[in-house]
Design a protein around this ligand. Structure first.
Ligand SMILES: [Zn+2]
Ligand SMILES: [Zn+2]
Length: 183
């Protein structure tokens, strides 16, 4: 049984970008993709001491807010995310679960004092969305630096990798999604 991937957009990312990302997701995971624009109240996840949003709390909120059963749901936000042991995260996912979250906050060049580059931001977002959803499909981190499942600490590492899995990870996901290779 294949899962439906649901993108819940609670950011300024436009629908053209979401359509393009959803095309990549359909290819990688062989799953239908549904897109919804939402306005998620993030207040509960805000940490006033750090002035950041707790991504684990956000995942819990996603699971409580949406019907995630049998689906893979990813929420896109604009705010700065963290988990307690790290300064920040680009996103977080339940391993072999049904929810993930990704933020555009540190994917924008402006965050680093560099000129705005929308194309680069969209590429980074696509890679991080595929990466976090990969975790929900049970994928672990990969050591291949071009593989989408490579862990990225810095945005430069995101730029090095591709938006698709390496052959080893692709075999895993194909098997997982019960897809037959057709050549
Ligand atoms: Zn990861
Ligand atoms: Zn890989």
């Amino acid at each position: 049984m294949s899962s439906i991937i649901r993108i819940y957009n609670s950011s300024e990312v436009n629908s053209r970008t979401l359509e393009s990302i959803s095309g990549t997701l359909q290819q990688v995971f062989s799953a239908p993709v549904a897109i919804a624009n939402i306005s998620l109240n993030l207040e509960d996840a805000f940490d006033s001491g750090r002035e950041q949003y707790n991504s684990t709390a956000l995942l819990a909120k996603i699971l409580n807010t949406f019907d995630t059963s049998g689906n893979k749901s990813i929420v896109i936000v604009d705010v700065d995310l963290f988990i307690p042991v790290l300064t920040f995260v680009f996103g977080e996912a339940q391993l072999d679960g049904s929810a993930a979250v990704v933020s555009t906050h540190r994917l924008k060049n402006q965050y680093y004092g560099l000129p705005k580059n929308d194309l680069l931001m969209v590429e980074r977002l696509e890679k991080e969305v595929v990466h976090e959803l990969g975790h929900t499909f049970g994928m672990y981190h990969c050591q291949d630096y071009e593989c989408v499942m490579k862990a990225s600490t810095y945005v430069e590492e995101i730029d090095l990798k591709k938006s698709i899995p390496c052959p080893v990870c692709r075999d895993y996901i194909n098997e997982r999604c019960n897809r037959k290779e057709t050549g």
